[in-house]
Ligand binder design. Sequence first.
Ligand SMILES: Cc1cc2nc3c(=O)[nH]c(=O)nc-3n(C[C@H](O)[C@H](O)[C@H](O)COP(=O)(O)OP(=O)(O)OC[C@H]3O[C@@H](n4cnc5c(N)ncnc54)[C@H](O)[C@@H]3O)c2cc1C
Length: 384
Amino acid sequence: MDFELNDEQRLFRDTLRDFVDREIRPVAQEWEATDRYPTEIVETMKDLGLFGLTVPEEYGGLGVDMVSFALVFEEISKGWMGIAGILGSHSLACWTIARHGTEEQKRRFLPDLAAGRRRTGIGLTEPGAGTDLQGITTTARRDGDHYVIDGRKTWITNARHAGMLPVLVKTDPAASPAHRGMSVLLVEDGFEVLRDLPKLGYKGTESCEIVFDGVRVPAANLLGGTEGRGLQQVLSGLETGRINIAARSLGIAQAAYDEALKYAAQREAFGHPIHDFQAIQLKLAEMAIKVQASRLLVYWAASQADAGNRIDMQAGMAKTFASEAAIECALTSMQVHGGYGYSKEFVVERLYRDAPLMSIGEGTNDIMRTVIAKALTSGKETIG
Ligand SMILES: Cc1cc2nc3c(=O)[nH]c(=O)nc-3n(C[C@H](O)[C@H](O)[C@H](O)COP(=O)(O)OP(=O)(O)OC[C@H]3O[C@@H](n4cnc5c(N)ncnc54)[C@H](O)[C@@H]3O)c2cc1C
């Protein structure tokens, strides 16, 4: 049993920490408050190769192991979770294309995506269907050597910056079961961004409603070249996506703890630093336990993926526990800060607004619990 990072992973983590300390932390409060797009940070992420995290080396990417992938999202989210959003669905889309794309699609799209010359996201959710993806109504009708897409997607991260977007559609709306008629099309242009959705947190990264009104896409852009595999293609990528969200949660929880520890040493009441009071000590200990337990689950799940195992249950456990820990730690840290915790001038207020998304994105925690239960009751997985 080895709980340590290897030398390469440690070096990678140190590079990320340095980047976050130099370029993200100093601007996070101000840029988040004004919802400014972090263009300069994106440029450095390109230089660091971070847009190619899940792109195999032969297509110009870093092709990192899953533990290193988690490190990226943890470290960035310690500084500002919104920035991790820019990489999250981009990485998921790259992973899905690398895994399911035809050779021609991989050669055409992956090198530009890896370099960040082209950016992407993932278009699944619709106004009427999120968890229930088989309930989507966006259709793609075949017309000669093209498909024609009509429909609407919502909450699409990175939509304004996407030079290409994998979109889940129904190529056969009458199919039963519905997933047999679902496909992914790699849409390069033609969709319209209707609006940016106003949000509690997760600023910096845009989340948009987009519309497809007779958008023509070459048939050569059907992911994998065969209709009817779309749902399975996108669901296979969610394991990776859930590690990303679990690691972001860990970053938020760690930041909440760090802020509380620092504040409790500085703030005095009744002639003592407040960390002398047992009530504060209990809160710090509780946070530290949750952060550390989250870390173990996140890196355990990531290591299981690196060992070549399916990780539906493991990623689900890590995502559920870590996201709930992030929410609890953000609130506890706010309480440790007293009135200042409620002020926009303190980091913890942002953590408190960013944390809840972690229990929704890449499958809600209710769904995570059903995934975990299914794995256990079917006998596919055991614990203990
Ligand atoms: C900031 C943000 C960014 C996002 N980015 C993207 C993106 O880039 N691309 C994208 O495609 N989507 C994106 N999403 C959408 C996100 O994936 C969905 O919001 C999420 O999957 C939940 O779907 P829903 O909102 O439709 O909720 P619903 O599916 O309507 O769920 C509502 C409630 O019902 C519960 N529920 C539903 N079905 C069941 C069931 N069978 N059993 C038990 N409980 C159930 C859910 O747990 C939840 O509590 C984003 C969302 C947000 C908020």
